[in-house]
Write a protein that binds this ligand. Structure first.
Ligand code: AHG
Ligand code: MN
Ligand code: MN
Length: 281
């Protein structure tokens, strides 16, 4: 596993340079989810693939930006799913973006995730690594990733990051979000799940939601590249990660680009989501 983390660190340093100097315009391609890819999405994907292809313990990789699984080494132990540049449409307005990695064994499924990494490209570059036990944060300083601290969520926080648009929220979801605001929660939503989830983790707690909506009944966020890695991180930080009814890591993935509704937060907020959603099942 150490060589995988090292590869991610090296790719991160190249992607940081790319974000600082690269072209933020759109390409002419669409990815499997139908998003128009930015030139930055494609270039970050190429960087990551280059590093993973050199690792003998990696069996296969799959990227949000590619249609199919890429085999690497038949005898490798690990499978890696990654989103090279999440929130890439925020680069042109100079907001934070990120990369997300889920490391699996046997097959690409929530039950089989064994580690996760995400990287926040903000005013500083931070890398958060969860090995299924602890959640550790590192900061890039003078070309080196220095350990900063372990991350733990409080039982309850005061931040709320509600995804999608109210126009498409189902009535019970809208009532639930309003009730968080009535309880004093503060709105913190940038449109990039990496900085939004990082903020909730570092400020002690709250709730990030990307629900089922009238336009996207299966949610927007992708299971293997976005949802499962953060589900593992939130669980290990002492919080929760559900689809409204059940644990996100118990969802079966039928297709590599499947999406799911998702809620990540501290345990009191997750409990409240479960109560509201159960009464509307
Ligand atoms: P990507 O840039 O990889 O396509 O993903 C963006 C995602 C996620 O980061 C964010 O939370 C969500 O899209 C925002 O969607 P809405 O604007 O619908 O809230
Ligand atoms: Mn993404
Ligand atoms: Mn992306």
């Amino acid at each position: 596993m150490e060589n995988i983390i090292k590869a991610i660190q090296e790719a991160t340093i190249e992607i940081k340079h790319l974000i600082e100097t690269g072209d933020t315009s759109k390409s002419e391609n669409q990815n499997s989810t139908g998003d128009t890819q930015l030139k930055l999405d494609i270039a970050s994907d190429i960087i990551i693939e280059k590093y993973f292809k050199e690792l003998s313990n990696v069996k296969a990789i799959i990227s949000e930006e590619q249609e199919n699984i890429i085999p690497i080494n038949e005898n490798g132990e690990y499978l890696i799913a990654y989103d090279p540049l999440d929130g890439s449409s925020l680069v042109d307005v100079n907001l934070s973006v990120g990369s997300i990695y889920g490391i699996y064994k046997n097959d690409f499924n929530g039950k089989n995730i064994v580690a996760s990494v995400y990287v926040v490209f903000g005013p500083r570059v931070e890398l958060v690594y969860c090995d299924s036990q602890t959640v550790k944060m590192y900061r890039l300083q003078d070309g080196v990733f220095n350990y900063i601290k372990d991350i733990k969520l409080k039982k309850q926080g005061n931040l709320k990051a509600p995804g999608s648009t109210q126009q498409c929220w189902y009535p019970h979801h809208k009532v639930m979000i309003n009730s968080f605001f009535e309880d004093g929660y503060r709105l913190r939503y940038s449109g990039g799940m990496v900085p939004d989830l990082h903020q909730i983790l570092l400020k002690g707690g709250g709730l990030f939601s990307y629900p089922a909506t009238s336009d996207l009944p299966k949610g927007k966020l992708r299971q293997l590249f976005e949802v499962f890695p953060f589900a593992l991180t939130y669980k290990c930080a002492g919080g929760g990660a559900i689809d409204g009814y059940k644990e996100l890591l118990e969802i079966e993935t039928n297709h590599i680009h499947d999406t799911t509704p998702c809620f990540f937060g501290s345990i009191n907020e997750i409990q409240k989501v479960l109560e509201v959603y159960k009464s509307h099942a």
